[in-house]
Design a protein around this ligand. Sequence first.
Ligand code: GLV
Length: 316
Amino acid sequence: MPERLLVVVKSGGAAAMPEWRAAFAAALPEAEVRMWGEPGIDPAAVTHALVWEPDAGVLASFPNLRLVISTGAGVDHVLADADYPRHVPLARMILPQTREGMAEFVGMSALMLMRDMRTIARQQAERHWRIPPDMPLARLTRVGVLGLGALGLHAARYLATLGFQTSGWSRSPKTIAGVTTSHGMAQLPAFLAECDILVNLLPQTADTVGLLDRARLSLLPQGASVLNVGRAAHVVTADLLALLDAGHLSTAMLDVFDTEPLPKDSPLWDHPRVVVTPHCASTPSRTDRAHRAATLIRLAEAGEPVPDLYEAARGY
Ligand code: GLV
């Protein structure tokens, strides 16, 4: 086993390395930090990896890997590597800032959807002055959060403090003050039927891929909107577009896409009922994430429990 800590980083490419290195130099000075794919790295010397979308097979080539850390809250992009070494613990990156940033993004988006800001932005582009006929209010608007994990729970609470009628759905039962909760597949249709705005914050697992297909999205009330800050794979994009075009759904705000960056020729870019945001809902600074990674590495090295570890049985 290597004596020295060697952390390889794959996130943000070469341009991001100075920031990662500087942050690790402060947070974990005993570690050597190398960029993923840098020439001259001895695979046997690599002890830790901090990654976003690691190239398939590479993690398996590090025989002394002790911990893999995702640079984001999700780990689906790591598990997409069929050769991922399953005996190595895999940690999700969830900071207080991740929860706060997500809750604020969700709150902002819910308010924007409620006030139909997509239409107002389009009117501006057309120099068209039109006052919306109605003024909706949060206390009269039902927002449902799919997924009540670390991020969904916080977002639901925040929505409730903004005054929305807030509900939440999760795999297993949860109790949250000020939020109506339901759980399990049997309760999903009733949950969807009561959402003027649906917020997706599920983790991507074998059970959740394709969950929001035409049949389920059709259960949303006429004129409902969708905010996807989970993963693109949860939503069948063609079904979503069909329901937007048919006028059943009002607007979709999408922060996550099957291919990122979103290809220039995607119809989503200029769809009149879609708001595209560049996977920016909640990404804490590299410095903060390096400090968190250092904390997780220290805990693992000390043989202490590491928080936010991936659990194969639940899929995230
Ligand atoms: C980003 O989507 C993340 O997983 O944090």
